[in-house]
Ligand binder design. Sequence first.
Ligand SMILES: Cc1cc2nc3c(=O)[nH]c(=O)nc-3n(C[C@H](O)[C@H](O)[C@H](O)COP(=O)(O)OP(=O)(O)OC[C@H]3O[C@@H](n4cnc5c(N)ncnc54)[C@H](O)[C@@H]3O)c2cc1C
Length: 409
Amino acid sequence: MAGLGDAEIVIVGGGAIGAAAADALARSGRRDILLIEKEPSLAAVTTAQAAGLVGQVRSSIDRVKLAMWSVATFAELERQDEARPSWRQVGSLRIAVTPERADEFKRLCQVAAEAGLEAELIDAAAARRLWPGMRLDEAKAVLWCPSDGYLQPHDLTMAYQHRARAHGVRFATGVRLERIHLEHGRVTGVGTSQGEIRCEMVINAAGAHAYHVARLVGLDLPIVPVRHEYLVSVPLAGIRPDLPAFRVPDQTLYGRPDVNSLLLGGWEPEALSLDPRSYAIEETPPSIVEDWPVLSNFAELMRPIFPPIGEAGVRHVFSGWPTFTPDGRFIIGESGRVKGFVMAGGCNAHGVSGSAGIGRHLVEALAEQKPSAYVRSLSPDRFTETSWDWSDARRKAQAIYETYYAIGH
Ligand SMILES: Cc1cc2nc3c(=O)[nH]c(=O)nc-3n(C[C@H](O)[C@H](O)[C@H](O)COP(=O)(O)OP(=O)(O)OC[C@H]3O[C@@H](n4cnc5c(N)ncnc54)[C@H](O)[C@@H]3O)c2cc1C
């Protein structure tokens, strides 16, 4: 076909996940890969809006290890001569304001230790030395993870692209996937806005359109967009880019320095989700208007710990529709029903920090040797081989968002 040429693997979507998949597959030895992105540039949709926090402290060993793999990759990419992810390994503080949360932190430290991640409980004086402007007198515990940090999601995507290109991956922007061709239950090609492409495998990394791309091969997958937003304050005295990231889970808050400003986000208890069937593959999800009551509440909740945020002006609001799944887990791997159709999505709002780990698990899922039990548990087949209904799936996916920082999540 004219222009694009055929490929063994077509990746649909040029956000953090598609680019990480391209990088990981190319580095595993796959050579003939074409990534298509409908927008004029990569990282233009959800990835462009992400806060870029990278946290490795999680409640299961598998998830800690996935995040550790991401961090190792970010450090590696930061050493590239060009196209670096702007990775800042400034560490992170997790602040408990209830005794139950302090108990959870002890359990999280144990999980971290078992996974080989350094994380420790520190006293308020040590935490104040790390973030001098914070008031931590009421804190019941502070968990410090020195290898956490933050990056610029757009730069990360460019860094993946740079390395993948060096391994022969082709990238085509302004190309929209419209059809997927099957013969005898196998992928044989795709139809795009720029013509036909023969291929053996399609990787669905289409973010808030992943549901629609799966429908093109007749699969129903519960990939539910849920609105998420955060604010960036005007510059505030005492904030420097080398301060740690932070999370206050009892108040559902997270944040980090953004040069000399404070980036502050959170998980609201009554989220706004979308039924992906309400918009078509060629349409975009509804645009988001700043929800000032929600954003002001983040600032109010943060004020006792960092008083200047109470009076601070807002410089910018970022928002988007990250996707959630009813069980809060990624969807990674080939469909047992449609050979050559592969999922890389359902990121539950950690698609940037998880991207390198997701790329690694994708390689494992597609390798000839049997993947680990964890990787097998992420297969799309868990939704196509069981029955579920949309209203229940949407309710559960939304609840994953609403309880993001709940103890034991
Ligand atoms: C406000 C906010 C803050 C966040 N903060 C963090 C954070 O701190 N850390 C973190 O890890 N995650 C964070 N996230 C979540 C993170 O942004 C997502 O998990 C991640 O960006 C998902 O990447 P993606 O590649 O799957 O999706 P996207 O970036 O949306 O990429 C999908 C791409 O597919 C393309 N596409 C869709 N349909 C087609 C088609 N038919 N043909 C061709 N291309 C197509 C789209 O144009 C898009 O570019 C945040 C999200 C939001 C909204």
